[in-house]
Design a protein around this ligand. Structure first.
Ligand SMILES: *Cc1c(COP(=O)(O)O)cnc(C)c1O
Length: 233
């Protein structure tokens, strides 16, 4: 099994680089108006547990993963560490039970069925409903007009439905800003206060529109090694 302390001395430079990148993001979040409101979730998908360990020593505490197996493997490798795992990718029903002991925040809930399973497992984790404005095939999330019913379903099950999450399509920034604003307005109309919005390329726009959680990968850890499947968006 992976022992994060093995060879750690050689990785000291990594923690320093992560710390520097992270504080640059913190400054940009603050400059966009997010100080005290916007939490930074460090997206570690494709990076080994060793990188998460380096990030922990650099003072980070919130980590996001897209794939169940990867999240579980890293959570087990770092069991006992002070950190929160965020599930930010497409949720497959059959993986929920194995994920549940590790996940503090589910960002990407999109179906009644996922909520039913989470309720049966009596999870105390926070849930966000993922909204999709594009309707494009292969994208995770529910259409905005179906969000109220899904939020209501979760509340009736006694789940902690805290807010909404959105991943913008690859369009120019002003278009993304409108999507962030629409997401916040939709959530506020339902009494929700958490908004998981913004990634490396658009987080400042998201913060200006009320984001409470930005999900940042490349700006903290550099480019990811492998191409991401389309599903990741
Ligand atoms: C990969 C991913 C991120 C992080 O993206 P970066 O561009 O590396 O900041 C955030 N949210 C989701 C849903 C992702 O899949």
């Amino acid at each position: 099994m992976f022992d994060p302390r093995d060879g750690y001395e050689a990785k000291a430079g990594l923690a320093d680089r992560i710390a520097a990148n992270y504080s640059a993001i913190e400054e940009r979040v603050a400059a966009a108006g997010g100080r005290g409101r916007t939490r930074i979730v460090a997206v570690t998908k494709t990076h080994p547990a060793e990188v998460v360990w380096a990030a922990l020593t650099a003072g980070l505490g919130d980590f996001g993963e897209n794939y169940a197996d990867e999240l579980i493997a890293k959570a087990e490798a770092l069991s006992g560490a002070e950190l929160r795992w965020h599930m930010i990718g497409h949720i497959q029903s059959r993986t929920i039970k194995r994920l549940a002991p590790h996940v503090a925040v589910w960002h990407s809930v999109s179906r009644d069925k996922e909520m039913d399973i989470l309720a049966r497992l009596e999870v105390s984790a926070r849930l966000l409903v993922q909204v999709d404005y594009t309707g494009a095939e292969g994208r995770n999330g529910v259409a905005p007009d179906r969000v109220p019913a899904l939020v209501d379903h979760g509340r009736r099950l006694g789940l902690d439905v805290a807010g909404l999450m959105v991943v913008t399509p690859l369009i120019e920034a002003p278009g993304r800003a409108r999507i962030f604003a629409a997401t916040r307005e939709l959530g506020e109309s339902l009494g929700l206060g958490e908004f998981s919005m913004g990634m490396t390329d658009d987080f400042e726009w998201a913060v200006r529109e009320g984001s409470t959680m930005v999900r940042i990968g490349r700006a903290i850890f550099g480019d990811r090694p492998a191409a991401q499947p389309a599903e990741a968006r």
